[in-house]
Design a protein around this ligand. Structure first.
Ligand code: COA
Length: 409
């Protein structure tokens, strides 16, 4: 098997994903991705015409995200028409999967220079979060009554016994670490400022973090998914909480612990990672920062949905012939506090080596873009700490997990 080298990565700032309130909300997602691609070009100085594919994750696929947003962004960026683009969907794991697919082409010896990344403009999402993940397929719903992710996260907390206080304490730590990273300028090099079409600056820094968040000022926040869990929606014969109890009869009910302060932020953004074969990099003077050691995916029970990062990480470690003790830093997407607490419990990972720069609770989770952002963030942390190896994992809709192990070169 050949090697895939990570040459570099960049991202947009994460803008609040609310119409009229977010810095990127009025910028078309193709424009955000296009500016990130050009930011990568400017940072690295590679020959864009040599890029054999741009693989982009996107978790929406409709409206302004429709069709092949990767190819549209390449054209919007003004890159040569020979550079193709392909868009893929693995829910929240789309961006990480895009980097994996970019690496696979190179490791298989079929490609030399590929970009993996993704984009999401969550400010364009419909406010209806209650339609689940079955896309109106009643036959699938009878087998797997897939429920909204916030209720699944509360189900994890209920089953694992994670209290509201534990989830809040985790969230405060995410905010503290993100605030420290921002204050120290650790994200500055990788952030590409995004402009409106008229040349005015749209956003050049992350908008979602709330520095100074404490346990006390989160105490008043109401659980966000309690009403969703206990309401009987049209077309349903039971509530989402009742579904949880039917699928997991050992619970007495769902304890709703997640709220706006300990769930991932709804944001807009894009990220991109440049990958190269060693041969192309050497011939063209590209200096690698790391290599992809192994990637893996896992599927677990889809109603609880968000429990697969641990299994995906275990598969990835096993395939790489490694154990968790070989990993210096873990980067696990903070979809909800309980997801990371469950991962830590599954693998026995200590607090001081996981999500050390803060995560999506503070910074936001722009679905299709997040995977590439996590890889870039943890690579920067490896370099700052003079460490070698990191494992990145994410939970996704449909009960899947994605994992990647990277190693500095
Ligand atoms: C949880 C969620 C529903 C909250 O959405 P929201 O209610 O629109 O969130 P907001 O940012 O408006 O915050 C709500 C309130 O909490 C407050 N708040 C948010 N974070 C806070 C913090 N850290 N400390 C104190 N207050 C906070 C806000 O100030 C706001 O208060 P206000 O109503 O008085 O203005 C939303 O963030 C969400 O759905 N997250 C998960 C997204 C997701 O599922 N992604 C995929 C994961 S797999």
């Amino acid at each position: 098997m050949g090697e895939a080298w990570i040459i570099d990565g960049v991202r947009s700032p994460r803008g609040r994903g609310k119409k009229g309130a977010g810095g990127l909300a009025d910028v078309h997602p193709q424009r955000v991705m296009a500016q990130v691609l050009n930011g990568l070009k400017d940072k690295v100085g590679f020959e864009v015409g040599d890029v054999e594919d741009v693989v982009a994750g996107n978790g929406s696929g409709t409206g302004d995200h429709a069709h092949d947003i990767a190819r549209s962004s390449v054209l919007d960026a003004g890159w040569p028409i020979n550079v193709p683009g392909v868009t893929l969907h693995r829910f929240c794991g789309s961006g990480q999967q895009a980097v994996t697919m970019a690496a696979m082409g190179i490791m298989a010896g079929q490609q030399d220079l590929v970009i993996g990344g993704g984009v999401e403009s969550m400010s364009r999402y419909s406010p209806n979060h209650t339609d689940g993940f079955t896309a109106n397929n009643k036959h699938l719903f009878e087998q797997y009554p897939l429920i909204p992710q916030g209720v699944s996260a509360d189900l994890i907390a209920t089953r694992e016994g994670f209290s509201r206080e534990q989830c809040d304490a985790y969230a405060v730590r995410s905010q503290e670490r993100a605030a420290a990273s921002i204050k120290a300028g650790h994200f500055t090099d990788s952030i590409v400022p995004i402009y409106h079409n008229d040349g005015q600056l749209a956003l050049d820094k992350d908008e979602h973090p709330r520095p100074g968040t404490t346990l006390e000022n989160m105490q008043g926040l109401n659980p966000s998914f309690e009403k969703m869990g206990t309401t009987l929606y049209d077309g349903h014969d039971r509530t989402f909480d009742q579904i949880c109890k039917d699928v997991y009869p050992e619970i007495d009910g769902v304890t709703h612990v997640h709220h706006a302060g300990n769930s991932s932020g709804v944001v807009d953004g894009a990220g991109a990672i440049l990958l190269s074969s060693p041969g192309y990099a050497k011939a063209n003077g590209l200096k690698p920062r790391a290599k992809i050691v192994m990637t893996a995916t896992a599927g677990t029970e889809p109603v609880i949905m968000l429990t697969a990062p641990g299994p995906a990480a275990e598969i990835c470690l096993k395939k790489a012939g490694m154990t968790k003790d070989d990993i210096d830093l873990f980067e696990i997407n903070e979809a909800f506090a309980a997801v990371v607490l469950k991962f830590q419990k599954d693998l026995g990972v200590e607090d001081d080596i996981i999500n050390v720069a803060g995560g999506a609770i503070a910074l936001g989770h722009p679905i299709g873009a997040t995977g590439a952002m996590l890889i870039e963030t943890v690579l920067g942390e490896l370099e700052r700490r003079d460490k070698t190896t990191a494992l990145i994992a994410m939970c996704t809709g449909g009960g899947m997990g994605t994992a990647t192990i990277i190693e500095r070169i």
